[in-house]
Design a protein around this ligand. Structure first.
Ligand code: HEM
Length: 206
């Protein structure tokens, strides 16, 4: 879980950085330049296979972990003061992950699917900037994306520092720093993502 999680965290940074180019406000020129590189480079296509494999592994691993926990204690505690022992978002990784998975299916159907299909059938890429402008002119789509970013925030709040713990990289000396970095990451990355559909909707990006 830790390794695939860190790999997905790395992907999020790359994805947010490239998409963040929309804020150059140059009609999508800079964004499309990098999107073109990501969409056509051979090595990136190989990394893409790794990304989807990592995503599936992360989900399967999560389900196995959940089953292991359940089987380890089939009967519930007679008295469980869960709030005193753990945060709710750490107990809700499954439900948050499922929400993110649902988002990803819609998300890939919005952009990645049509773009790849068009590439295969015509050899041309779609104008992803224009596609975002169109999709994010719909307030429901914007709200859906913002809600997904909120789920991502909760998921990362627990996930980031857990990854270090699972990999044995935590250490009394660094735990505080990991905690702070994890919280900052969990806030900043989903916030940057959420601001994208919002910026298109309000016409801040042209
Ligand atoms: C909320 C703002 C977001 C916007 C505007 C956005 C936009 C896009 C666009 C335009 C593509 C198409 C790339 C292509 O076809 O070459 C894409 C691909 C993708 N996005 Fe997002 N995205 C957002 C957030 C996210 C989040 C939060 C995640 C993960 C939790 C995510 C995961 C993915 C994945 C897995 C792909 C496919 C990557 C690939 O090309 O292999 N996106 N996104």
């Amino acid at each position: 879980m830790g390794l695939t999680g860190l790999f997905l965290i790395f992907f999020l940074v790359v994805h947010a950085s490239i998409n963040g180019c929309i804020w150059f406000n140059d009609g999508g020129k800079t964004f499309l330049y990098y999107a073109h590189f990501m969409g056509t480079n051979f090595l990136v296509h190989i990394a893409e296979v790794g990304l989807f494999a990592g995503l599936i592994l992360h989900i399967v691993d999560g389900l196995l972990l959940w089953k292991q926990n359940r089987d380890a204690r089939p009967e519930k505690y007679a008295y469980s003061n869960a709030n005193a022992n753990s945060k709710w978002y750490s107990r809700s990784m499954g439900i948050l992950g499922t929400l993110i998975l649902f988002f990803l299916i819609v998300h890939l159907r919005n952009f990645w699917g049509p773009n790849r299909l068009n590439q295969i059938s015509t050899g041309e890429e779609l104008n992803l900037f224009q596609l975002m402008q169109e999709d994010f002119s719909n307030v429901w789509m914007v709200l859906f994306y913002v809600a997904a970013c909120f789920s991502l925030f909760w998921h990362l709040l627990h996930g980031f520092k857990s990854a270090f713990q699972s990999l044995g990289l935590n250490n009394v000396k660094y735990n505080k720093a990991i905690e702070i970095a994890g919280t900052a990451f969990a806030i900043i990355v989903p916030l940057v993502f959420a601001l994208m559909p919002i910026s298109f909707y309000f016409g801040w990006v042209k």
